[in-house]
Every structure is written in C-alpha cells, then in structure tokens.
Design a protein around this ligand. Structure first.
Ligand SMILES: [Fe+2]
Length: 214
C-alpha cells in the first residue's frame, strides 16, 4: 500500500473480495506511514481468507503437499560487510533496534516452519534479504533497501523460495542468492504490474511465470 490510510486498505479489500485462494501478506514500510498498523491488521483480518505474517508461519495443503510460508516485514541495515552498526547517536541505535525486532520476528516464523517441516518452504519479507534481489538499485540505498541479517536467518532454513519486495528498481526473475537460495523480488514495479506465479516441482526446483494483468 502507499500511505497506510484506511481508504487504501478498503481499496485493497475491495480488489481481493472475490479471490477464492488464501491471501498471505506482510506489512510494508508504507503501512506505517499513518502510524496505525494495528488498525490495518484488524481491517485485513476482517477477510477470513487473509493471513498477516508479522513473525508468523502459515501452512496450506495443495495437491497433497504441504506448503509453508514464514514471514515478517523485515527492515534495512545493509548487507555485510557494508552494514549500519548500533553505535553513536540514538537515531542510529533506533534504526538497528527496528532491524533487531524484525530479524527476531522472522526467526520466530522460520523456527515454526522448521518444526512443521512442510514439503515446500517459502519465506516472505517486504524488505530485501539478499543483495542479488536488489541489484540495479543505487548502492547508496542498499542500507534502506534490506538487511543481510534477514538473509542469514533465511539461509539457515534452506527454503525453496525466498520472496521480497521493496526494491522497485531491482532485477526481475529468480536469483541464486549466496549461491544456494532461490530468491525473487516480486515488487510490483519490477514485474511491470504482472502477477508473479511460481510452479514448485517435486525435485525442489521452482519456476517463475508472469500473468498479464487486466
Ligand atoms: Fe517498500
């Protein structure tokens, strides 16, 4: 969403009112613009098909397979070794404290996913977890585009697919992050407004398709 105001949430709910499949969301930074993320969550949960992952895990059965999704909003901080560190001014420390909170939330969700051991594991963050999904953005912005600490947590659980958004000028398609994790930037602008669809295969591979929007 764009400004965290109720009108936008209502518009989103209208758009998805006829959708018959489960809808899993994480908050984005703009959901915090109006300082009422709890209000947004309450509105979203008025639709029983919607699950908000704020450090939580959700699981669905699809074609006899368990599909699990662990997610959290995430935050910035940059990518090792070029990371912001919690020193000096209070504002800098506050920045890293938000990163700490989001990393912990994500770890909680991923811990649940590990225990549940679904057939397919998906991670979902709004902020980027891997540099490979934001390449093309100015390097100066990396610190406010994502955090390698999110990637550290995700790498540990070896997901089939790691989804993120936020970086509107990142690359399209599935990237092999850190040489092992299939990671994909699904930001609306990156995909030119086309819906990203993923096919999961029993050998563990994942293929991306795009649907034309109407
Ligand atoms: Fe964003």
């Amino acid at each position: 969403m764009n400004d965290g105001k109720k009108k936008e949430v209502e518009h989103f709910l209208d758009l998805v009112s006829g959708v018959q499949v489960p809808i899993i969301v994480v908050f984005g930074n703009h959901d915090y613009d109006a300082d009422d993320v709890d209000g947004i969550k309450e509105m979203l949960l008025g639709n029983p098909s919607i699950k908000v992952l704020d450090g939580e895990y959700a699981e669905y059965e699809l074609n006899g397979k368990k599909v699990g999704i662990g997610g959290a909003k995430g935050y910035g901080g940059g990518f090792a070794p070029h990371r912001i560190v919690s020193r000096g001014e209070r504002a800098t420390k506050s920045f890293v404290e938000e990163e700490d909170r989001e990393v912990e939330k994500l770890k909680t969700a991923l811990y649940q996913m590990e225990n549940a051991a679904p057939d397919f594991k998906i991670t979902l963050t709004h902020w980027a977890a891997f540099e490979e999904t934001i390449e093309g953005e100015p390097k100066e912005l990396y610190v406010i585009l994502g955090s390698s600490r999110l990637g550290d947590a995700i790498e540990q659980v070896n997901p089939h697919l790691a989804l993120s958004g936020h970086a509107h000028h990142g690359p399209r398609g599935i990237k092999k992050a850190r040489g092992t994790v299939s990671a994909c930037n699904i930001a609306y602008k990156v995909n030119e407004g086309k819906m990203s669809l993923f096919d999961f295969f029993s050998d563990g591979s994942v293929v991306l398709r795009h649907l034309e929007s109407h």
